[in-house]
Design a binder for this molecule. Structure first.
Ligand code: HEM
Length: 470
């Protein structure tokens, strides 16, 4: 078996035992009410996104909404997408229960067991985040279309319960989607102020769901390992993951993306200038209006949100050779201060009608912010909660002049948007943008996914509980 990690007895025992450890953890956690993060009345207060340095206190796990949506952005994300391999709905429920219990403990800064205890079993926690504390870890769970129906099959009897808003994303102009970064039946967005904490969380949750190695033919039944875990087929396997980061600037400031521009200025929850001046307008929308599903959705989604993720590669070498003036025209904002080209500070409203002395629009027809603005899209708004990513170098052929080819940065934006309904949110906005945006000369969408993130989880519940009720 060559370099197979399970070729030794020790390796085999290690792998087989980890499943036992995971289930034992779940049982213990149920018994002792593990993960005692303070229950919250909900984390629904609209918050601005940005301000990436936290005080490290745990983010409450329970509440009306899942954490990691209106939570001020942490500095790191590990986004994980899973394929379901479970044969029965009960097995999906089992993994969601285990994940919920484990996530509660992890968000409180706990480990999933003693990483240095019994020498005869694999440590129930990998130990790589020991002592780091919660670092504002949030774990946001989402259900992809494949939970409801895959390849025409109603695998778990949930087809009829697929929410109308959980559409398959259309193919957009310029899409070059790579299956290795696209789709998924379940997702977990792990955000924390330390990349090691986010990685540890996904690693632990993924191993809880994965088939154990007895089931993979690496050994027979293990003495002392109770059914059904002796040949556990698993419920879900990793499909793709993507790490991302933000600069850890002072709290409350909008972080910059790899273009060097502030990203997240015009987001719901920001006090609109008119509101600050005494008016009542919330020009960029409230979380209730834009983000949280209301009574129009099924019960398990009320207070939840739809997540659209896009892995967008940016031609950084091309961008870096473009004059500052043109960079600002592409976005429609000033690079340093972040204010609109039509004047004022970062939060000044865009004046989309303003013209220069020659009668040309100051914020051009194809400027990114014009195409993204609610007023250009019949009022459509989304919450953007994106991260930069950097995966080294790759051989890339750019699709715009000067058609660079060669080793380029495999880097860009892990665009993550939350909304009440993707049909009137991301899809409505991006359809035009994909065709007309000046920014498209520098960007290529290479990964994609859509997920329904259920409402927040109450104590004693598991994520998406009502969806599985008969
Ligand atoms: C690599 C890709 C992208 C980059 C670098 C980028 C960058 C930016 C920047 C710098 C701003 C201005 C500051 C702000 O309001 O946050 C902005 C605004 C915005 N972007 Fe993007 N963006 C990207 C992709 C997208 C995509 C795919 C969408 C799809 C819906 C989108 C939607 C928006 C919206 C709605 C706004 C606010 C417009 C407004 O109302 O002023 N962006 N983006």
């Amino acid at each position: 078996m060559g370099g197979c990690p399970f070729s030794s007895r020790r390796g085999f025992l290690g792998a087989a035992g980890s499943v036992l450890a995971a289930s034992a953890f779940a049982e213990r956690a149920v018994a002792d009410g593990a993960g005692t993060a303070a229950p919250s009345a909900g984390n629904s207060a609209p918050r601005t996104v940005g301000g990436t340095s936290g005080n490290g206190a745990p983010i409450p796990f329970h509440g009306r909404h899942q954490a990691g949506i209106d939570t001020p952005q942490q500095t790191h994300v590990l986004f994980a997408s899973f394929d379901l391999v479970a044969k029965r709905a009960e097995d999906v429920v089992r993994v969601l229960r285990d994940w919920t219990l484990a996530a509660r403990r992890l968000a409180a800064g706990g480990a999933l067991g003693n990483a240095g205890g019994d020498p005869t079993v694999p440590p129930p926690d990998s130990g790589d985040a020991l002592g780091l504390g919660p670092r504002r870890l949030t774990l946001t769970f989402g259900f992809g279309p494949g939970l409801f129906e895959k390849d025409g099959k109603d695998r778990y009897g949930l087809k009829a319960k697929r929410p109308a808003a959980l559409v398959d994303l259309p193919r957009f102009n310029g899409d070059q989607l790579d299956p290795a970064h696209t789709g998924g039946d379940l997702c977990i967005q792990a955000c924390a102020d330390d990349g090691a904490v986010a990685f540890h969380a996904i690693r632990e949750l993924a191993r809880m769901a994965a088939p154990n190695d007895a089931a993979n033919g690496y050994g027979g039944k293990q003495a002392g390992v109770a059914a059904p875990y002796d040949a556990h087929q698993g419920a879900a396997v990793l499909r793709w993951i993507q790490a991302g980061f933000l600069p850890g600037g002072p709290s409350g400031e909008t972080p910059r993306n790899l273009l060097g521009f502030k990203d997240g200025t015009e987001n719901p929850g920001r006090p609109h200038p008119a509101a600050r001046a005494g008016g009542k307008l919330a020009g960029n929308g409230t979380f209730e209006d834009v983000v949280w599903v209301g009574e129009e959705g099924p019960e398990w989604m009320q207070g939840g949100s739809y997540l659209v993720v896009r892995r967008i590669r940016i031609a950084l070498q091309h961008w870096d050779n473009v004059a500052l003036d043109f960079q600002e025209q592409v976005i429609g904002r000033r690079k340093l201060g972040g204010g609109p080209l039509t004047g004022g500070g970062e939060f000044a409203p865009l004046d989309l009608d303003a013209t220069d002395k020659d009668g040309n629009l100051v914020i051009g027809d194809n400027a990114h912010v014009r195409l993204g603005a609610a007023s250009s899209n019949g009022g459509a708004r989304i919450l953007r909660r994106s991260y930069s990513y950097n995966d080294g170098l790759a051989m890339i052929a750019e699709r715009w002049p000067p058609w660079r080819q060669g080793l380029e940065y495999e880097a860009g934006l892990l665009f993550i948007a939350f909304q009440r309904d993707p049909r009137t949110g991301f899809i409505r906005i991006f359809e035009n943008m994909a065709k007309l945006d000046l920014l498209n000369q520098f960007t290529t969408h290479v990964g994609s996914g859509i997920f329904a993130c259920p409402r927040g989880i109450a104590k004693g519940e598991f994520v998406g509980k009502e969806l599985f009720a008969a």
